[in-house]
Design a protein around this ligand. Structure first.
Ligand SMILES: [Zn+2]
Ligand SMILES: [Zn+2]
Length: 197
């Protein structure tokens, strides 16, 4: 009985020594070659990493360009408030300068609204119809393009215009047609027409 106990203890000790030995070898190997080094990231045939690490590298120049564009479109805080009353949120857009004004600073005229600076401009001049662009819910691109050109005319070429919007409901085909009519000061009509057409 005593002999069997000694043999059992001897066998247990023997296995313990083997297990400790194996563990020591394993730990030694891990320290010498960390797992990241023993299993390198997969590389494509030309040796470069298949996916660039976007957290560390810059985006493609084209994407950076697009991000910059988006940043410039995003309205700043000042553009959302009335330019004359810094605490009042802008509510209505001026038909000439496209800035947002509070209700005190903008007045309706015809079907549109104009700020205090541009209302006299609208009243003082004869305005001429330049072009009518038909857009629809299925085809809004032309309208977007027209408003972009209108902004350039005002900010870069100093040619004020306003755009009247007329709606027509097409009952047969169940959609709303929008007619955008661009007006310019009579004396500047030719310059505006040549830019828009
Ligand atoms: Zn204005
Ligand atoms: Zn205001």
């Amino acid at each position: 009985m005593e002999k069997t106990a000694i043999i059992l203890i001897a066998i247990t000790l023997f296995f313990l020594v083997i297990i400790v030995g194996l563990l020591t070898v394993l730990v030694y190997r891990l320290i010498k070659n960390p797992p990241s080094a023993t299993s390198p990231a997969p590389t494509s045939s030309d040796g470069s990493a298949p996916h660039p690490d976007i957290s560390r590298t810059e985006f493609h120049p084209g994407i950076m360009e697009r991000l910059k564009d988006l940043e410039s479109i995003k309205p700043s805080r000042s553009e959302l408030f009335c330019p004359n009353h810094r605490d009042e949120p802008g509510e209505v857009t001026c038909g000439i300068c496209d800035k947002l004004f509070c209700k005190v600073c903008i007045k309706p005229f015809k079907t549109m609204h104009f700020c205090k600076e541009h209302m006299p401009l609208v009243m003082r001049h004869d305005w001429e119809e330049i072009v009518t662009v038909k857009t629809s819910t299925q085809n809004p691109e032309e309208g977007v393009e027209l408003f972009e050109k209108k902004k350039i005319l005002f900010s870069e070429k100093n040619l004020p215009t306003y755009v009247e919007t007329h709606y027509k409901i097409n009952i047969d085909q169940d959609y709303i047609e929008t007619y955008l009519v661009v007006f310019a000061i009579k004396e500047e009509a030719e310059a505006v027409r040549s830019y828009l057409l």
